[in-house]
Design a protein around this ligand. Structure first.
Ligand SMILES: Cc1cc2nc3c(=O)[nH]c(=O)nc-3n(C[C@H](O)[C@H](O)[C@H](O)COP(=O)(O)OP(=O)(O)OC[C@H]3O[C@@H](n4cnc5c(N)ncnc54)[C@H](O)[C@@H]3O)c2cc1C
Ligand code: FES
Length: 249
């Protein structure tokens, strides 16, 4: 398990890549397993807490995040420019464990964020891995070239029908032929995937998003009820086996 540290890093780029979506990259060598996240902060007092973001990509020289602007914290992050400082706490959470060779990664909305590094990491670890990625967007799809570089096949859908198959990614995805599936996205998407994977007898791992306060397992603010009792999303997760999770709350 990588040691958790607080560091301040310099912003290399902050690119707006779609309406209300930006890619924030900081300089430095950071550790991360796929599916892990960092708590970010670029402000002094307001908001009070750091904001959790999954690792979108990691190289020896930089770490990047794919973020959607939602409220004050992400708005402040979206305004950072090259040379600005960003404080990072991490790496946090359990991350994904690679189990098998034929893998499907499914993401919806900003749930696509952890999939890029996951595919890159698994492919680098094992060249025989066959990784397909399924991306669900609300509007026009983005980062298509990047995802195509790390996956064997990339499927996409768009709720608005722009630049992709119209509809939900759950309408395209079929688990047959895969050994393991990993998903991150809205609860309704995860619930639908859980049902279809369970029906097909294919293991599914899901990454949950809850409001995170401390990020290190100390406050229980992110605890969710599971079939194995109460679990902290920040420390016991964010990745869980789908059959452990109650998707209806
Ligand atoms: C482990 C983890 C990884 C994440 N990775 C990413 C990522 O890679 N990219 C990304 O864009 N976002 C990610 N998020 C969500 C992101 O952390 C929140 O959108 C962000 O903290 C919102 O902060 P804010 O100050 O902008 O909004 P706030 O002002 O705090 O909230 C704005 C609105 O967003 C809702 N909201 C805030 N946080 C969450 C949450 N965690 N789940 C559901 N609703 C929320 C609030 O209820 C409110 O309606 C992740 C969350 C978790 C827990
Ligand atoms: S946010 Fe404090 S225990 Fe998870």
């Amino acid at each position: 398990m990588a040691e958790i540290a607080v560091r301040t890093a310099s912003v290399l780029h902050n690119k707006h890549i779609a309406p209300n979506v930006f890619r924030l990259e900081v300089e430095g060598s950071f550790r991360a397993k796929p599916g892990q996240f960092y708590m970010l902060r670029s402000w002094r007092h307001d908001p009070l807490l750091f904001r959790p973001m999954s690792v979108f990509d990691r190289t020896e020289e930089s770490l990047s995040f794919l973020c959607a602007t939602r409220g004050r914290g992400t708005d402040l992050l979206s305004r950072l420019s090259a040379g600005d400082g960003l404080t990072l706490l991490g790496p946090l959470g359990n991350g994904w464990e690679r189990i098998d060779e034929r893998i499907a990664l499914i993401g919806g909305g900003t749930g696509i964020a952890p999939l890029y590094y996951t595919a890159k990491y698994f492919a680098a670890k094992d060249r025989s891995a066959a990784i397909d990625i399924y991306l669900g967007f609300r509007g026009r799809p983005f980062l298509q070239e990047e995802f195509a570089q790390v996956a064997q096949r990339v499927y996409r859908s768009s709720e608005s029908g722009e630049g992709g198959e119209e509809g939900l990614i759950t309408e395209i995805f079929n688990p047959s032929g895969y050994d393991t599936c990993y998903a991150c996205g809205p609860p309704a998407m995860l619930a639908a995937l859980s049902k279809v994977c369970q029906g097909a007898g294919i293991p599914l791992f899901v990454s949950l998003e809850e409001r995170i306060a401390c990020g290190i397992g100390a406050c229980l603010g992110c605890a969710v009820r599971t079939r194995k009792g109460m679990k902290r999303v920040c420390k016991d997760g964010p990745v869980f086996r789908a059959e452990e999770v109650f998707f209806d709350g």
